[in-house]
Design a binder for this molecule. Structure first.
Ligand code: 5AD
Ligand code: SF4
Length: 432
């Protein structure tokens, strides 16, 4: 009997990368390969990488160092994604026995290395949408289907490597996206999450068209929940905001990063919106859907950020009451304007500011979680918890809710009465 070849894949970084990882796994499955969680047992090892912060890149290279020693001698290994694009051929200089380096737009070429294992496969082209056509459809959709609708970014924030790794913004064709949505619905999806680095910048014929996608998706009976991530403030059209009032399937949750609460810092970040504009959008969203919750990403210690600038970030976090947010120390990245700006902030100050902001964000999250106790929320099943005895659900506000019920008897969507809250999650019971 011929032993099926095994692959190991580890994904770092954003939702888009998680999606790419799923597509890579599906592509290898379609070739008869089986996924293994054990690097030492794999015939091909893929690190699906993120370059957004220097630490993320370093993590990839130290993992590669460990994998080199642990893998079977003839196993192929390499990197795909943003570090591959950032490093290019340099990755082969750093790790000479590496077999492949494939950027985020060219991972559909991975099977080439299986055909020709002695080659060094390098492809960091920015060919754009070719991969979406080249990849096989997934046979069965998870309950939550991520559907990428645009890739890349035109905003050119001065700290961000993404325009370099993922390229300029490209929107996929409307009908192609809807074909993917219908395929997901037909094969088991109950929730659609539209994905893009700048998802609300999705355009068709020059016009913002995310709201059209949501309206059309909402007409599919099988789809019960719709959301999208991540949004750029100035692309938040009134039409899209209004959908939070009119479309009950659109979840009351929006990720719309502000990054900093200081207009001076925002200007240097090349994020040209005023706080007033940002707050006006939030006010309109809350008028449309009073229970809507907002999440953000924050960067602390951007070059020349003063104590006063930082306090304005704390202020805006208190005012908006963000939940499910992420905060990062500014990390200088190659190919970015901010990396060469004067007055880079010392590490100890960045660390202090991050700790303060994190503590505040945790308090706000805890407060919101507490307000959910006693309520009944319609939640969707996500998987088993660490113990395997409980099932984890997601609330409409993206909190995790743990229910003491075995996975195999847990309904996909359930009304759950929230019985307890902690900083990180909720507990609840399926309500009868
Ligand atoms: N340093 C720190 N954080 C960064 N991000 C992007 N680039 C950097 C950087 N150079 C953060 C932003 C973005 C999230 C994905 O990562 O907050 O929204
Ligand atoms: Fe990381 Fe950005 Fe690439 Fe996503 S797009 S993997 S966050 S660098």
């Amino acid at each position: 009997m011929i032993r099926a070849k095994k692959f190991f894949i580890q994904t770092f970084g954003c939702q888009m990368n998680v999606y790419d990882g799923m597509r890579i796994a599906a592509m290898l499955n379609a070739r008869g390969m089986i996924q293994t969680p054990d690097v030492t047992d794999a015939d091909i090892i893929i690190l699906n990488t993120c370059a957004v912060r220097a630490k993320a890149t370093e993590k990839v290279y130290s993992a590669l160092g460990r994998i080199r020693l642990a893998k079977k001698p003839d196993a192929l290994f390499g990197i795909v994604g943003c570090v591959a694009r950032e490093s290019g051929a340099d990755a082969f200089r750093r790790i000479p026995d590496l077999n492949f380096v494939l950027g985020p737009q060219s991972y559909h070429r991975l099977p080439d290395i299986l055909e020709n294992p002695d080659a060094k496969l390098l492809n960091i082209d920015m060919s754009g949408l070719e991969k979406f056509d080249a990849l096989p459809q997934m046979e069965k959709s998870p309950l939550l289907a991520y559907i990428p609708i645009q890739e890349g970014c035109n905003h050119c924030c001065t700290y961000c490597i993404v325009p370099y790794t993922r390229g300029r913004e490209i929107s996929r064709d409307f009908d192609d996206v809807m074909r993917d949505v219908r395929h997901a619905a037909d094969t088991g999806a109950l929730e659609i999450c539209f994905l893009g680095q700048n998802v609300n910048g999705y355009k068709q014929n020059g016009k913002n068209a995310l709201s059209d996608l949501i309206r059309e998706t909402a007409q599919i009976d099988a789809i019960k929940r719709i959301r999208f991530t991540s949004s750029y403030p100035t692309e938040m059209t009134d039409d899209l905001i209004d959908l939070f009032r009119t479309e009950p399937k659109l979840l009351p949750f929006l990720n719309m990063p502000i990054q900093s609460g200081s207009e001076n810092v925002l200007t240097r970040m090349n994020r040209p919106y005023s706080l007033k504009l940002y707050i006006d959008i939030i006010d309109k969203l809350r008028a449309a859907r009073p229970d809507i919750q907002i999440s953000s990403d924050f960067i602390v210690g951007f070059p020349d950020e003063s104590d006063d600038d930082f306090n304005q970030t704390m202020e805006i976090a208190r005012r908006i009451k963000y939940i499910n947010s992420y905060s990062f120390k500014y990390s200088p990245r190659p190919h970015t304007a901010a990396a060469v700006m004067p007055n880079q902030i010392p590490e100890n100050i960045k660390k202090e500011r991050l700790a303060k902001l994190d503590a505040l964000l945790n308090d706000i999250q805890r407060e919101f979680n507490d307000t959910c106790v006693g309520k009944t929320l319609s939640c969707m099943r996500e998987g088993a918890d660490k113990t395997g005895r409980n099932t984890v659900y997601r609330t409409p506000y993206m909190q995790q809710c743990i229910v003491n019920i075995a996975q195999n008897s847990a309904p996909d969507i359930a009304d759950i009465k929230i019985t307890a809250a902690s900083k990180a999650s909720l507990r609840g019971k399926i309500s009868d």
